[in-house]
Ligand binder design. Sequence first.
Ligand SMILES: [Zn+2]
Length: 386
Amino acid sequence: MSHASYLHVTGQEAIKRALSRALREGRIPQTLLLHGPRGVGKQRLALWFAALAQCERPDDEPCGRCPSCRLAARLEHPDIHWFFPTARPRATSPEALREKIEEIRAEELEERRADPTYTRSLGEPVGIYLAAAQNLRSLASARPAASRRTIVIIGDAEALVPQEASPDAANALLKLLEEPPLTSLIMLTSAVPGALLPTIRSRCLAMRVPPLSEDEVANFLRTELKRPAREAEHLARRAHGSIGRALELLREEAQQNREEAEHLLEAALVADPLRTLETAHGYRPFGARGGFLEVLDELQALLSEALAVAVSAATDARGAATAAKLVSSPSVQKLDASAIAQAILAIDRARSMAEGNVNPQLIVATLLGRLRTLLSGSEPTDPRVR
Ligand SMILES: [Zn+2]
């Protein structure tokens, strides 16, 4: 996903124009609260604005070429600090805790650098703890390292977590917002601004970041994630203007396809015609082309990973797991690279049948029989039978 970049924001043209004009006219507030629904790009917008504010040749957009922009795009600008909720580490002293939390943030930044569309899965217990609030406060108060201002972004600011029943984390931030150092720009983002302390809210200029249009979400999925147009439109309709939601839906779908592919492989390895029929009948006899093709792709990916393990070209964890599943099946005698390669080709044929609108039930029944024959080694490819 190298195409996506931290210098690019999908949509949000009105707010971008307002921000770049304020910057040109020297009217940027020192503390800004970007609020709006989850997943519409509030933190991305803050990063974009940070890059613009630091750019050496700013126009309506960060130039993307100056040293400052290049650092910002890699999340490595020494004067742009991005904070967000993280897991809470254990430490023996407050100093150790502050160090530890900075390490966790660095690791998380590494992940986000590698994949700009990376999002945390929801439901993990995370927060912005006192230690992080203290860290960001001292960063914001320090002299800028390489530019005229220090920019601190606090994503999901409502996650500022009171510690040991005292509101210290929020207070540490509050002190910073009360008297922001002249060289600092502090941007908070929140999907639930009502959960912020009123005293914090009242010290920020609030700007609402609206949901994206369906077209903008679909366009993001097509161009940045290279999803086929039909799928992109379908997802965009269900994402309610939130790219974050679309990414979540994609993850859920990928997980389901993966599970289904594993289920198919298991059914193929059980030498039971009844199970084959049952599995085949689990598919609709018509019209299931979209999702079905992706399940076949996933099945092919599973076997390709196992093949890589069989020829020792890789020790990929997922491939190893599939390979282990193959050899642990009573019907499979050994991991046979040529059989797996033929199985992959058999899925190719199933795929073109599916594209030709052949009944998925028939395709699955035929494919499972073929996979079983190949993988269990009862084919003439196996030297023992030959
Ligand atoms: Zn630049």
